[in-house]
Design a protein around this ligand. Structure first.
Ligand SMILES: C[S@@+](CC[C@H](N)C(=O)[O-])C[C@H]1O[C@@H](n2cnc3c(N)ncnc32)[C@H](O)[C@@H]1O
Length: 275
């Protein structure tokens, strides 16, 4: 799997996902049709007060694996950037938290997702938001311009995670916070899972091991790094996301049980840097 193949497959999958979102439908991350069972990774992430604060379409388009806006500390007046903003739910929620003087940016490479997100912004009537087209490996923002980077189940989709983390570091202001939900693995994951493109675009195969994530963040220059599990997946959860991928789930059960988790990944850009 080359980086380009992965990116094309990811773009195709999420452009289809954006087109499927309808108020009467459903859209679960990792599912290829509305009739598939809800993926345990992406269901029930937002509480009712958050759901009530955004348009229904933004909630239906939620394809994340956590709720970074609930865990990130956001203050009025701050600038927030959401890497891979999808239908815009976390951008809209963040915009309310940093209002009236702060601003929330969403960055996404998929035209259909950007169009959905901009529609959702109009429906929400939120002004302090801007959706940008671009790739998280080449963030179209100046150095030292962002207070908080959030992201929800996107960094695991990138074929070049070092580049994403160094770009995140570059655009954060000194003292800026990295506050991201992502799928992370603990220990070795079977090669048959790592090789599967459908599992990559479904946020599984590209997930970093926790120790590797910490190493990569440190290499990018971050400090105060912490990975907090928010959901740990058992074999029945794994069955939902591995079924239909030509993988004998029972045969590899002991190798996947408890190995996948959704986690909140925190780090800080030092106030003074050698870079
Ligand atoms: C799993 S969805 C998550 C969307 C959103 N964060 C949420 O919680 O609903 C992944 C999103 O990231 C975008 N994406 C994936 N890889 C990207 C990349 N390398 N650069 C920019 N956007 C990317 C996709 O287009 C898609 O909208």
């Amino acid at each position: 799997m080359s980086g380009i193949d992965v990116k094309d497959a990811v773009r195709e999958k999420y452009s289809q996902a954006a087109l499927r979102v309808r108020p009467a439908g459903s859209s679960c991350c990792g599912s290829t049709s509305a009739r598939e069972p809800c993926n345990p990774i992406t269901s029930n992430l937002y509480d009712t007060s958050q759901a009530g604060a955004v348009p229904e379409e933004a909630m239906l388009a939620s394809l994340g694996c956590g709720n970074p806006t609930a865990l990130a500390q956001l203050k009025s007046g701050e600038t927030v950037l959401d890497l891979g903003s999808g239908g815009g739910i976390d951008v809209l929620l963040s915009a309310r938290r940093v209002a009236p003087t702060g601003k929330a940016y969403g960055l996404d490479m998929t035209d259909e997702m950007l169009s959905l997100a901009r529609d959702n912004q109009r429906k929400a009537g939120v002004k302090n938001v801007e959706f940008l087209k671009g790739e998280i490996e080449n963030i179209p923002m100046p150095d030292n311009s962002v207070d908080v980077i959030i992201s929800n189940c996107v960094i695991n989709l990138s074929g070049d995670k070092d580049r994403v983390l160094s770009e995140a570091f570059r655009v954060l202001k000194p003292g800026g916070r990295f506050a991201v939900s992502d799928v992370v693995t603990r220990g070795e994951v079977p090669a048959v899972v790592r090789r599967d493109m459908l599992l990559w675009v479904g946020c599984i195969a590209g997930a970093l091991r926790d120790s590797e994530y910490i190493e990569k963040l440190a290499k990018a220059g971050f400090e105060c790094i912490d990975i907090e599990p928010t959901r740990i997946y058992d074999i029945e959860d794994a069955r939902v996301f591995l079924t239909g991928k030509g993988i004998d789930v029972d045969a590899i059960a002991p190798q996947v049980e408890g190995k996948f988790m959704s986690a909140f990944v925190r780090a800080v850009k030092p106030k003074t840097t050698a870079k």
